[in-house]
Design a protein around this ligand. Structure first.
Ligand SMILES: Cc1cc2nc3c(=O)[nH]c(=O)nc-3n(C[C@H](O)[C@H](O)[C@H](O)COP(=O)(O)OP(=O)(O)OC[C@H]3O[C@@H](n4cnc5c(N)ncnc54)[C@H](O)[C@@H]3O)c2cc1C
Length: 374
């Protein structure tokens, strides 16, 4: 990074810090745990709109598409500052991080004009309809069918683990459009309207008590040809663009901040409970390695293959470190923070599964980083 880029980034950081100080709602920062689920939803919805008004939506999207024309470095800096400022998590993640960049690569000008403004303004919430009961790691096994009906499709089937499904207006949706075509050429990517008859969303309650996702049933649901992203049978190619954006530095930096808080608390709990400190240095070094890996991924952003490799290593590092920390916290059994650690322990079980499980990331590292045979 050149000196002038560094200076620009530090000016961006100062502005963003100031904006976050003013923008994060006081009732969220101070009284979040006392808010009702409806109040939490209202704050999160409003946050997406505030980000847009403040010029912080679509930071790395090109200006001609309504973004701010900056880079991944600014996205990462902003997400780190937002996490440190205890900003709410909006509902716009799938729309902004996954759908918008994919629309820019594969969408028609008409689709871009129709969907990008709503995604960036926070008016339209998106979910990702990929996983099914028998298609997770093996995503190409998607069985939900979109059968031809005039100038569109009728979709029937089931998705599962769909985050934001209960609030989403649209789904970035992978379906089988040609059951007779060979694997990888039988799928299409659809921009499916979630608010139409035939879509049934059933939230799944997780072991931690929260509900981040849902199972979703589709019965003869309509999708017009105009809402297919890419050509018919090109769904796999479009899905690869989506997944490249998913395993990212943005999530890595947000988790880094949350893990830093947990590590500080863990050190205090261990000292109080078992009269000794942990090998703090070891954890500290491993946590800083997460931050270093985020900056490495940012540096590699223009090289998609190297970026994907770096993202896989990053994902395994932070998810497994966090699981290790919460496991230790449970063992330390600090009475004062038992509820927090119980929640964190159960929540972090999912971190090595979503966005590609640890086993799948290790397969990627073995094959594409180390060059080992399949
Ligand atoms: C919190 C959370 C949110 C999610 N949100 C979404 C969402 O919004 N949209 C969406 O579409 N999906 C979502 N998912 C689903 C997620 O993408 C899948 O859970 C994940 O891809 C794994 O698929 P699976 O659960 O079907 O497990 P499976 O693929 O059945 O895997 C079961 C086990 O076998 C291992 N395994 C599978 N294949 C291999 C292999 N080739 N080599 C070695 N080991 C293997 C896996 O690592 C895993 O341990 C979410 C999941 C979670 C936990």
């Amino acid at each position: 990074m050149t000196l002038s880029e560094r200076l620009n980034l530090s000016a961006f950081r100062d502005d963003a810090e100031q904006w976050l100080r003013d923008a994060v709602p006081e009732r969220w920062r101070m009284r979040r745990s006392s808010l009702s689920p409806e109040e939490i939803t209202a704050v999160r919805r409003e946050w997406d709109k505030q980000l847009h008004r403040g010029g912080y939506a679509g930071l790395s999207l090109p200006r001609e598409y309504g973004g701010q024309g900056l880079g991944l470095a600014e996205e990462v800096v902003f997400h780190e500052l937002a996490a440190r400022a205890h900003a709410p998590e909006g509902f716009g993640r799938i729309g902004k991080i996954l759908t918008a960049p994919t629309l820019i690569v594969h969408g028609t000008p008409e689709q871009q004009a129709r969907f990008l403004p709503g995604i960036l303004s926070g008016e339209q919430v998106w979910c990702q309809g990929f996983s099914e009961p028998d298609a997770g790691s093996d995503l190409a096994s998607v069985a939900t069918t979109a059968r031809r009906d005039g100038d569109g499709y009728r979709v029937t089937g089931q998705k599962i683990w769909t985050s934001f499904a209960d609030v989403a207006d649209r789904s970035l949706f992978l379906a089988k459009t040609n059951p007779d075509a060979p694997r990888y050429r039988n799928l299409s990517m659809l921009l499916l309207d979630m608010k139409q008859p035939g879509v049934t969303v059933r939230p799944i309650k997780q072991i931690s008590g929260t509900s981040h996702f849902a199972e979703v049933f589709f019965e003869d649901v309509w999708v017009a040809d105009a809402d297919r992203l890419g050509g018919e049978g090109e769904g796999w190619k479009v899905a690869m663009t989506v997944l490249q954006n998913e395993r990212g530095a943005i999530e890595g930096i947000t988790r880094y901040v949350e893990m830093r808080w947990d590590l500080d608390l863990l050190l205090r709990c261990c000292a109080a409970r078992i009269g000794r400190t942990l090998d703090a240095e070891d954890f500290d070094v491993r946590l800083e390695l997460v931050r270093w890996q985020v900056s490495k991924a940012v540096e590699l952003v223009d090289d998609p293959v190297a970026f994907a490799r770096a993202s896989s290593v990053l994902k395994v590092t932070w998810s497994e470190l966090w699981q290790e920390m919460t496991q230790l916290a449970i063992a330390a059994s600090c009475p004062e923070h038992r509820a927090h650690w119980r929640h964190q322990y159960l929540e972090t079980r999912a971190s090595s599964i979503y966005s590609g499980s640890s086993e799948i990331q290790r397969n990627i590292m073995a094959e594409r980083v180390l060059g080992l045979p399949k």
